[in-house]
Design a protein around this ligand. Structure first.
Ligand SMILES: *[C@@H]1O[C@H](CO)[C@@H](O)[C@H](O)[C@H]1NC(C)=O
Ligand SMILES: *[C@@H]1O[C@H](CO)[C@@H](O)[C@H](O)[C@H]1NC(C)=O
Ligand SMILES: *[C@@H]1O[C@H](CO)[C@@H](O)[C@H](O)[C@H]1NC(C)=O
Ligand SMILES: *[C@@H]1O[C@H](CO)[C@@H](O)[C@H](O)[C@H]1NC(C)=O
Ligand SMILES: *[C@@H]1O[C@H](CO)[C@@H](O)[C@H](O)[C@H]1NC(C)=O
Ligand SMILES: *[C@@H]1O[C@H](CO)[C@@H](O)[C@H](O)[C@H]1NC(C)=O
Ligand SMILES: *[C@@H]1O[C@H](CO)[C@@H](O)[C@H](O)[C@H]1NC(C)=O
Ligand SMILES: *[C@@H]1O[C@H](CO)[C@@H](O)[C@H](O)[C@H]1NC(C)=O
Ligand SMILES: *[C@@H]1O[C@H](CO)[C@@H](O)[C@H](O)[C@H]1NC(C)=O
Ligand SMILES: *[C@@H]1O[C@H](CO)[C@@H](O)[C@H](O)[C@H]1NC(C)=O
Length: 838
């Protein structure tokens, strides 16, 4: 029933909303000096009034200044600001403008120049520098024939801002107009990511920045009148390296500014609402980059701000792409749905600091995350490239790093080039050695991201320092303080002192407890048995893996505790437990085909990310339905990384003697040759697919012999083309034949005898998405299949949280078995050896 009072409130809220947004985003600068230099009257440009500096004389101090007017009537600029270029003030000696500052913080400083000839002054041959406080904005000015508007952003920390004009010997300086305008404090933060090596940069607040390029991808020129902060944005066409590869797209109405996200001040809707994307001409296998190239001054670092807004996708999580700056990966596997709280059309931006530029061009590329990852596309909505001051505080290549470009003395050039090359190779070396520093997604924006380096876990003394940090009460709250290492007391508190009633899973490794942090966040706490060497290795692997890999479809590590010889891992709590528990054996209501497909797609995404997300593939090694966990919305996350390995390079030198994994899921090729590749995970995933379809254990010794092993049994029926004979009876008649065929084929390919014949996880993902589409095509009119009631009926208490490495993993070194309830271990073992182990 509709509650009309609430409805009224809703309408109210709706009508207030635009007002609130409007108020929040209209920025009124406290300092707002707009000066038309050399003019005798005030000038109006667009909706702004520039005051003549004759009527604000107090600002200027100069030994001898000349008011100049452009004698020719040629219109120097096609844009609105042309009146500003008609007059200039000429300085024959050092001069300065002093602006009283009402509000400390970042200000725009915009300078307008157009060199005309006035009486004896030929401004084209003027030679001067401009500086503010301890920063040189530019040195010897290379005059062009055209009007130039230069924009700087500078954090003013005193009560006045002084802009100095210094003509060099016997020359003159001049300026046509200028702006000193406050900018919002949050426009440029203190932190950014670095590219090479990947890491984080802080200290942007002290940087003077010069806007070198500001580009509106796929859209028109935006003038100061189109931007709340009076910026100018130019179109991107001329920067595209291969214009045929690119396609522009526009849907300004789709842009949704949200609380906590970028505001209109970061970039206007006309920037976020247009973009340049891949011109794939409908080819699902398109794999190329869209690349822009910009001229830059070598010898400086640049702050690159990338603006994104997914206005192209039809649904969430369709768009996954990579962003490169020069040849470095700037953002890997960017998923805008995730960055914007699962709302399409929400703006997002990313700040990156480049290494010292050694060439005079900078390239930015976007390209698909991988082939066959689903829908190959990549987008960019806007781009700002800002030069950062060098160590001498200068933004000018004419001072400080002058030798790189001008080259008056070849010796000096050699020396400086040597330094630059040295720095560059040091940077490259660092990049080679620094493999860590993976950014945390999702929650990362609220939290200061910290690079976590695995500490020596054996070293008991290290816990002391951490313990003292929490000495005032030992409460743990992830919202306020995100630390991986958690004091034992906090874990005790969270689990009600390891209350046996809170146990949600038991395995060889130990017990898994449900827990609640002091801020109410639910967690799963896995407490290891007293240390065995084996357990310790897995404990460390799991921490290392999970602290590096953050993905929507990988379960997140919240913390760990190694105090007092404990091995405790704390994860996000997965309300609905394991996929396995929803398939059989626990009496939970059965999942619909669509739900099952979505779970398979989600977990395939997680695995795909592991295999391809980083420089070196990570192999999970224990893919099974008990290691796929479901959250309250049945979203799948892959768990349990205790056995994971990077590969395959590592294993060629270090031949692992123990084949690990779980019975029924184990890749026969890996078993035979002991050579580990990603394709072993693909095999195991294929088994999971059949498990999902048939809803029975992968090994069931109570069944007739030919049915014991699900992989063999299902393959037999798949090859006969009669897979529908053995599917979960609750799905009978509810799977569209096309969808089932696609699904069966996909699983079959995963189970190919040889790894090389198996598809990649990306292929699997693509095929599963296709199977879902085939199903969806018919489901629309079928209310029964659409039912979500099944989810509602689940009791939240039910939690078969049996997701432990050694729980159901049979290790050939002969440790624990639990999954095969009541089955003779040796019987299964000998069966496996007989059938696959030759
Ligand atoms: C220009 O505008 C300022 C205020 O913005 C005013 O004080 C001044 O008188 C004006 N000057 C002329 C010449 O109109
Ligand atoms: C600019 O000046 C004109 C008159 O000189 C005035 O009507 C207008 O409101 C001013 N605009 C702004 C934005 O101050
Ligand atoms: C001004 O100087 C520039 C170069 O210094 C020269 O090319 C140009 O002809 C001069 N213009 C006049 C009007 O003398
Ligand atoms: C400008 O002045 C600087 C120093 O005052 C001098 O080194 C440079 O050569 C001059 N540039 C030109 C183009 O005259
Ligand atoms: C500047 O001009 C004066 C006199 O006109 C001259 O003596 C001096 O050498 C000139 N300096 C330079 C750097 O051209
Ligand atoms: C400006 O610099 C000061 C001191 O360095 C810093 O505290 C402040 O946050 C900065 N403001 C902005 C907007 O960056
Ligand atoms: C920019 O502003 C001008 C003047 O207000 C307007 O005519 C134009 O349509 C605007 N452009 C965009 C893309 O909004
Ligand atoms: C997109 O690609 C197709 C085929 O490669 C080409 O014919 C077309 O002109 C391209 N579109 C643009 C806008 O460049
Ligand atoms: C895209 O550019 C990056 C960086 O230059 C490069 O590593 C990558 O291979 C390119 N991708 C494609 C598909 O060309
Ligand atoms: C930029 O200038 C500031 C102030 O002069 C200085 O503290 C900072 O180190 C400079 N930045 C770099 C990257 O050298």
């Amino acid at each position: 029933m509709v509650d009309w009072r609430n409805f009224g409130f809703f309408i109210c809220a709706l009508s207030i909303l635009p007002l609130v947004c409007f108020c929040a985003t209209t920025f009124v600068p406290l300092d707002n000096y707009l000066i038309d230099c050399g003019a005798s009257a005030n000038t109006s440009v667009g909706n702004r009034n520039f005051t003549s500096d004759s009527s604000s004389k107090g600002l200027l101090s100069t030994p001898q200044d000349v008011l100049a007017t452009n004698p020719s009537n040629s219109n120097p600029s096609s844009s609105d600001d042309s009146p500003l270029y008609q007059t200039a003030r000429i300085f024959t000696g050092p001069s300065k403008y002093t602006f009283p500052i009402k509000q400390k913080g970042r200000h725009w400083i915009r300078l307008y120049f157009f060199p005309f000839t006035y009486q004896k002054y030929n401004l084209s041959s003027s030679n001067f520098s401009v500086s503010i406080q301890n920063h040189v904005l530019f040195g010897s000015f290379n005059m062009q024939k055209n009007p130039v508007k230069k924009e700087y952003s500078f954090n003013v920390t005193s009560d006045t801002l002084v802009i100095n004009f210094s003509p060099s010997d016997n020359s003159t300086a001049f300026v046509n107009a200028m702006e000193v305008v406050s900018t919002p404090d949050d426009l440029i933060g203190d932190d950014a990511s670095t590219l090479n090596p990947p890491g984080s940069y802080s200290g942007l607040v002290t940087q003077a920045l010069e806007t070198v390029w500001r580009v509106n991808m796929g859209g028109p020129t935006l003038t100061p009148a189109n931007d709340t902060l009076q910026r100018t944005w130019i179109p991107d066409q001329r920067f595209l390296l291969q214009p045929n590869n690119a396609l522009s797209f526009s849907n300004v109405d789709a842009v949704k500014y949200q609380d906590g996200g970028p505001t209109m001040n970061i970039a206007p809707a006309t920037v976020y609402g247009t973009l340049t994307q891949m011109n794939s001409s409908g080819d699902p296998r398109s794999n190329f980059n869209v690349t822009w190239q910009f001229d830059v001054d070598p010898g400086f670092q640049y702050l690159v701000r990338l603006h994104f807004c997914d206005i192209v996708s039809k649904g969430l999580n369709e768009l996954y792409f990579n962003v490169y700056v020069d040849s470095s990966v700037a953002i890997q596997n960017l998923d805008l749905s995730m960055e914007s709280n699962n709302v399409l059309g929400v703006p997002y931006y990313k700040d990156l600091v480049t290494a010292l530029a050694v060439s005079n061009t900078l390239r930015v590329s976007v390209g698909p995350f991988s082939v066959n990852g689903g829908y190959p596309n990549a987008i960019l909505n806007g781009l700002e490239i800002m030069k950062m001051n060098n160590s001498m505080g200068s933004l000018s290549s004419a001072t400080g790093s002058v030798a790189i470009t001008s080259g008056s003395s070849s010796k000096k050039v050699g020396m400086i080039a040597g330094v630059v090359v040295g720095v560059f190779s040091a940077v490259i070396l660092a990049a080679v050695f620094v493999v860590l520093c993976k950014k945390r997604r999702r929650l990362a924006r609220q939290r200061q991201s910290k690079t976590w380096v695995p500490l020596s876990i054996n070293d008991g003394t290290t816990s002391h320092t951490m313990g003292s940090k929490y000495s005032n009460g030992t409460t743990l709250s992830i919202a306020s303080n995100f630390e991986y290492r958690v004091p034992f007391l906090a874990v005790q508190e969270a689990t009600n002192n390891f209350d046996e009633n809170w146990v949600i899973g038991i395995g060889g490794f130990g017990k898994v407890y449900k827990g609640e942090l002091s801020d109410g966040t639910k967690v799963a706490v896995k407490r290891g048995n007293p240390r065995s060497q084996q357990g310790l290795a897995e404990f460390r692997t799991e921490i290392e893996m999970l602290s590096q890999f953050r993905h929507r479809h990988l379960v997140s590590l919240i913390g760990y505790c190694d105090e007092k010889n404990e091995m405790i891992l704390i994860y996000e709590y997965m309300e609905k437990g394991t996929l396995k528990s929803h398939l059989y054996g626990s009496g939970l209501p059965s999942l619909s085909w669509k739900e099952r497909l979505e779970i398979c797609i989600g977990s395939a995404r997680g695995l795909h990310y592991l295999h391809t997300g980083y420089a070196k593939a990570v192999i999970h090694r224990d893919v099974k339905s008990a290691n796929i966990l479901l959250d309250e919305n049945l979203m799948a996350k892959v768990a349990d990384f205790g056995l994971s390995k990077t590969g395959p390079e590592i294993d060629q030198t270090h031949v692992s003697t123990a084949v690990k994994g779980s019975f029924g899921y184990l890749d026969p090729e890996y078993f035979r040759r002991q050579q580990l590749t990603e394709k072993s995970d693909v095999y195991s995933f294929g088994v999971v697919l059949f498990e999902v379809l048939c809803a029975r254990p992968v090994i069931d010794p109570t069944l007739p012999r030919e049915m014991v092993n699900l992989a063999e049994w299902a393959m037999k029926w798949q090859k006969k083309g009669q897979l529908e004979q053995i599917i979960d009876p609750t799905l009978a008649g509810k799977i569209r034949p096309d969808s089932l065929r696609k699904f069966g084929e996909t699983a079959e390919k995963c189970l190919a005898d040889f790894g090389v014949d198996r598809p990649s996880m990306g292929d699997v993902l693509w095929n599963l998405e296709y199977a879902l589409q085939l199903q969806e095509a018919v489901v629309q009119g079928d209310p029964e299949e659409n039912s979500t009631n099944m989810i509602g009926e689940l009791s939240p208490q039910v939690n078969n949280f049996n997701h432990d490495a050694s729980v159901s993993a049979v290790q050939f070194e002969g440790s624990s078995v639990d999954d095969l309830s009541g089955v003779s271990m040796s019987r299964v073992f000998s069966q496996l050896v007989k059938s696959e182990g030759r």
